[in-house]
Design a binder for this molecule. Structure first.
Ligand code: PXG
Length: 451
């Protein structure tokens, strides 16, 4: 048990539903949850523990973020130490050493051509920051008419107005008015008929990137600031880029002077086999966003990496001028930086940022062994990401995957994420083969008796 955990009185006898009412839960069916709560009290390594003491295997790394595993001692100690020695320090017109050290280490991990990183506190803020860097970059170079963004259907870029505007998940957009003007979308890349049960990158679909040429022709390249995509779409249910697709996006954007932004909030920090997804996929963007795994989900933090030439373009005018009027009170918060520095040590010492690549074959075979079970219409994987897509129950979209989520949690002691009728899997990168077996065997039992 963690000595410093504040456990409250959420023991089985005390979990009265009235205690649950005040918290307006994010992205949650509040009434359904509060009627039958799924509570987590503490965590360690690969596991969560419920208030009644059940040990639950975390097959989703929290929310795609706990890449080093839960409550890792070096990270916990670094946070505690920072909290006791530098609780907060401004980074507007001031600085603290950890922020600079972290930026330097991150840029080294990114490698050329990336040479600067901007800090924020979440993936949503990272996306907003990247979009603003793109607009301002064009403007400082005399191309201020480049104001349009191109996102993609089924893209998830967080929940800020910028992120939902370039994002392509209808449910996250429809309630919120007209959002940013001047945004267009590429088609999404998943196709059941052509790609079902692909292992790794599907062979079919590179041509979908050519839609960008059509969009460019419609608006004229001179009006477009940036294209933003997730290298692997995570939230929409692990949509793996077709072979050759990202390469084509890169070619077309470069040809037209449009910035290419990769949203690596999920693919960053070892999720698909290299420190960053672009390194694994072999396509280099101009800007990319990170969050989540930057400190294994321990303290909110995000960032935007910029390739050579972008930061430099801003460094003009009087020395006293603030070159980029953007930032957050908590940009490079000392606790987040301390956690990230300790986390980078853990990643390095345990080889975690390349472990997904080593386990990818085992993970792929294990997941694809679920093929043929009732209602399974597709299985997708890359690195240590995976998805099992179910046919929806007639008239009740999402109900089947929700049932699996609940049964896995209560009957198999497994935490598995779901989105629509897709089960999404992304275990911490410390996962062992025996734990992969446990995830897949638990799912097999649940799926075998699913109606
Ligand atoms: N971009 C991407 C690609 C993401 O996956 C964000 C931005 C936003 O990050 P923040 O830190 O603002 O939430 C994300 C977040 C899920 C799930 O289960 C995915 C996310 C968040 C919560 C749940 O699919 N991704």
């Amino acid at each position: 048990m963690n000595d410093i955990a504040r456990t409250g009185d959420f023991t089985p006898e005390h979990t009265g539903t009235e205690k649950l009412e005040a918290f307006w839960m994010p992205f949650t069916a509040n009434r359904q949850f509060k009627a039958a709560p799924r509570l987590i009290q503490r965590a360690e390594g690969m596991y969560y523990y419920t208030p009644d003491g059940r040990q639950v295997l975390d097959a989703q790394a929290g929310l795609w973020c706990v890449n080093a595993g839960h409550c890792r001692t070096p990270i916990v100690q670094a946070i505690a130490q920072a909290a006791g020695s530098l609780d907060f320090a401004p980074t507007f017109q001031m600085g603290h050493p950890m922020a600079f050290e972290l930026a330097e280490r991150l840029v080294a991990l990114a490698g050329k051509p990336f040479n600067h990183v901007f800090f924020c506190n979440s993936g949503s803020e990272a996306v907003d920051s990247a979009l603003k860097i793109a607009l301002a970059y064009h403007r400082v170079r005399g191309e201020g008419q480049r104001t349009r963004f191109i996102g993609r259907e089924r893209g998830y870029h967080g929940v800020g107005f910028g992120g939902i505007s370039v994002g392509g998940i209808v449910g996250n957009r429809k309630m919120f008015g007209t959002m940013l003007p001047g945004v267009d979308h590429l088609p999404q890349t998943w196709n059941l008929k052509e790609q079902a049960f692909s292992r790794g990158q599907p062979q079919w679909g590179a041509h979908l990137a050519d839609e960008l040429e059509r969009i460019v022709a419609l608006h004229d390249a001179s009006t477009i600031a940036a294209v933003i995509v997730e290298p692997v779409a995570g939230s929409a249910g692990v949509l793996v880029p077709p072979v050759g697709y990202l390469e084509r996006l890169r070619e077309i954007t470069a040809k037209h002077g449009i910035l290419l932004i990769f949203d690596e909030v999920i693919t960053g920090f070892g999720r698909i086999g290299k420190p960053f997804g672009f390194q694994q996929l072999g396509v280099t963007p101009d800007l990319y966003t990170v969050a989540k795994g930057i400190n294994s989900g321990t303290v909110p933090m995000g960032g935007v990496f910029a390739r050579e030439g972008i930061y430099e373009a801003f460094m003009q005018g009087p020395q006293t001028a603030i070159e980029f009027a953007h930032g957050y009170t908590y940009s490079a918060h000392p606790l987040a930086c301390a956690a990230a520095l300790a986390c980078l040590d853990v990643y390095r010492d345990e080889g975690l940022l390349t472990r997904a690549g080593e386990l990818a074959g085992y993970w792929e075979d294990a997941l694809h062994s679920l093929r043929g079970l009732p209602h399974v219409i597709d299985i997708r994987n890359i690195g240590l990401m995976g998805a099992v897509e179910l046919a929806p129950r007639p008239g009740a979209a999402g109900a089947r995957a929700f049932d699996v989520h609940v049964k896995a949690f209560f009957e198999e002691n497994l935490l598995v994420r779901f989105t629509g009728d897709i089960l999404a899997l992304s275990p911490p990168l410390i996962v062992e083969k025996a734990q992969i077996d446990r995830i897949v065997d638990g799912l097999r039992r649940v799926l075998s008796k699913l109606d």
